[in-house]
Design a protein around this ligand. Structure first.
Ligand code: PLP
Length: 295
């Protein structure tokens, strides 16, 4: 038993070559149980960094290209050097190969501004056995919380970094704790101008009849990789899809709604605030087959 547990230990790959410097080797495996980060890394002192979380299903990482492109986009939004995406892809492969084969892995790609004054980003890949999401995939209670910013924020105030996947997630985690205080498990953010946005770590998808709608990224939400995969699958099944803003009442009156993300996949919302929503387990399974590459 002890041996099995050791095999399931997380894998850490440090990627000192991410910013294109002279580091050799450009990536290497490190001990995840030992300190690897300096206390003066700007991610620790200022929260300055970007990241991606990928789902790896039966050893195959989903949407590697879109995740890496989004990492590069987030990095550009905070003026980090452009990450070497080929190097990160190789390091990700190495992390998956070094981990014991399990049905579901969660792989994080992290990139920070690096140590104060050093002018070289820090990057690593951390792969670990995924949490057990089976209960969540049957459904979750969700509350709507005010995001406090309007849907125009990306255009008017790009320095607020709406739609970037930065490592300043404390506000998102605080929102999830607020949900628990309100007897719910997740959050749907609503903009200050009254539109549904996304979850703190997920994208909104809403069914109305045969049409499946998600929030347009222009509203300042993260461009989700999972929703893109699921929308393609739904279109292949002959469904209609759209990207348009929805009011809270649209979602409350809908024929079903989901929160989508790379590791947890599609989670049906069973109750939104005080309203029970219809849940279609078969359709959710179809979405999750597509989102995990098993469909
Ligand atoms: N929106 C936010 C704010 C997120 O943090 C995430 C993922 O963590 C998502 C949406 C879903 O994105 P993806 O489907 O690419 O995981």
């Amino acid at each position: 038993m002890a041996h099995q547990q050791a095999d399931l230990e997380p894998v850490l790959i440090m990627v000192p070559g991410v910013g294109g410097g002279q580091a050799e080797p450009r990536f290497h495996q490190a001990d995840p149980a030992r300190a690897q980060l300096l206390v003066t890394d700007l991610v620790a002192t200022r929260g300055e960094g970007v990241f991606e979380t990928l789902g790896v299903f039966d050893g195959v990482a989903m949407n590697v290209g879109p995740h890496l492109q989004r990492l590069a986009r987030s990095a550009a939004m905070i003026d980090l050097p452009a990450p070497d995406l080929d190097l990160l892809a190789s390091a990700l492969d190495a992390a998956i190969a070094a981990h014991t084969a399990v049905p579901e892995l969660t792989a994080r790609i992290m990139m920070t501004r690096g140590v104060e004054g050093a002018d070289a980003p820090t990057a690593w890949i951390h792969a670990r056995t995924a949490e057990d999401y089976s209960a969540a995939r049957r459904g979750m209670r969700v509350v709507m919380l005010d995001r406090g910013i309007p849907t125009t924020v990306a255009g008017t105030s790009p320095w607020l970094l709406a739609g970037a996947k930065t490592l300043s997630y404390a506000g998102n985690l605080a929102a999830l704790r607020e949900a628990r205080r309100r007897d719910a498990e997740d959050v749907l953010y609503v903009s200050s101008d009254g539109w549904c946005l996304e979850g703190p770590t997920s994208t909104l998808l809403v069914r109305r009849g045969n049409t499946f709608t998600t929030t347009p990224t222009e509203a300042g939400v993260l461009p989700g990789t999972t929703v893109a995969t699921v929308l393609t699958a739904l279109e292949q099944d002959g469904r209609t899809t759209s990207r348009e803003l929805m009011r809270p009442q649209d979602v409350l009156d809908s024929d079903g709604a989901w929160l989508l993300s790379s590791g947890r996949l599609a989670v049906p919302i069973t109750r939104l605030d005080d309203r029970e929503l219809p849940v279609d387990a078969e359709l959710t399974a179809r979405m999750n087959a597509a989102a995990s590459g098993r469909g």
